[in-house]
Write a protein that binds this ligand. Structure first.
Ligand code: FE2
Length: 289
């Protein structure tokens, strides 16, 4: 009997160690060459260090236009300020979902001089018709992120979308992003629903997962270990993916409905055409953000 949770690993991707901002060491998990395959997601960075020189410089004033940035903290504190006068503090377990829209200039700076800094920043594209929307953001403290335990040994934090009947902290039309932070105890297996319309991937940040259904006498399982992104295939009619924790594991499940629009990117500006990107650069230089 085949399980309908038939998504499997299409490709395992190693993150690329790099630096960004004023010299923050991070791992770029979702890189430029996967933007079409994982539409509407443009980037995923993972940062994890207890070495202050890896993060202290932070991300001083810089612009964005045309998409959304989602910062999720596991450990450490980050202060953000923007040129519209908004300010907030990201704390462990909390998330900031920022819509850059037509543009803003902001800074993201660590609020600590030592200790562990750990978390993720995801970039979610906006449809062409929404790229010039008003900027805005939601700061969601840890207590504001719904959690659900669909079975023993499973804890799911629903950052965005809906899972196991629990609505997430953020809902977005158009791309309908699903963003889950899942903890599994060793040996636990679970079927995770993912809309069949969505591109999807997993990022394991602790432990080791067996991914894919065991169907009949032929195992379709592959391992995803910590620090690797597993791009899931878009199996027709699949209800989602089956996973089993080989060890106690924590991972992100991220999925979204593709926009299928042209992507024109120059650094922090992501538009549909090169002319729109040039306009963004002109507007930023002229102080129109
Ligand atoms: Fe930023």
């Amino acid at each position: 009997m085949n399980t309908p949770y038939t998504r499997q690993i299409e490709r395992l991707v190693n993150g690329i160690p790099t630096q960004d901002g004023a010299g923050v060491s991070l791992t770029r998990v979702l890189t430029h060459d996967l933007q079409r395959r994982l539409d509407p997601f443009l980037m995923l960075d993972a940062f994890h260090s207890d070495e202050p020189s890896d993060y202290l410089a932070g991300f001083p004033d810089h612009p964005h236009r045309g998409f959304e940035t989602v910062t999720y903290m596991l450990a450490g504190r980050m202060r953000h300020r923007d040129n519209a006068g908004n300010e907030g503090l990201l704390e462990p377990g909390g998330m900031q979902w920022m819509t850059a829209g037509r543009g803003l200039v902001h800074s993201e700076l660590p609020e600590q001089e030592n200790g562990l800094m750990s978390g993720f920043q995801l970039w979610v594209n906006l449809a062409g018709r929404d790229k010039m929307t008003d900027p805005g953001y939601s700061d969601i403290p840890s207590a504001g992120i719904p959690e659900v335990s669909p079975q023993p040994g499973v804890k799911v934090r629903v950052l965005a979308g809906e899972a196991f009947g629990t609505a997430g902290a953020i809902h977005r039309d158009t791309t309908e992003p699903l963003y889950l932070d899942i903890a599994l105890e060793a040996g636990v297996a679970i079927d995770l629903p993912i809309p069949a319309t969505h591109n999807a991937f997993l990022y394991v940040y602790e432990g080791k997962l067996a991914v894919g259904a065991e169907s009949g006498d032929r195992s379709e399982r592959r391992m995803a270990d910590a620090g690797r992104m597993a791009v899931l295939n878009n199996a027709a009619g699949a209800a989602g993916v089956s996973v089993k924790a080989e060890q106690g594991s924590r991972f992100l499940l991220i999925a979204g409905k593709p926009l299928n629009e042209p992507i024109a990117q120059w650094g922090p500006f992501v538009m549909n055409t090169r002319e729109q990107v040039e306009q963004a650069i002109d507007d930023f230089r002229a102080g129109r953000f």
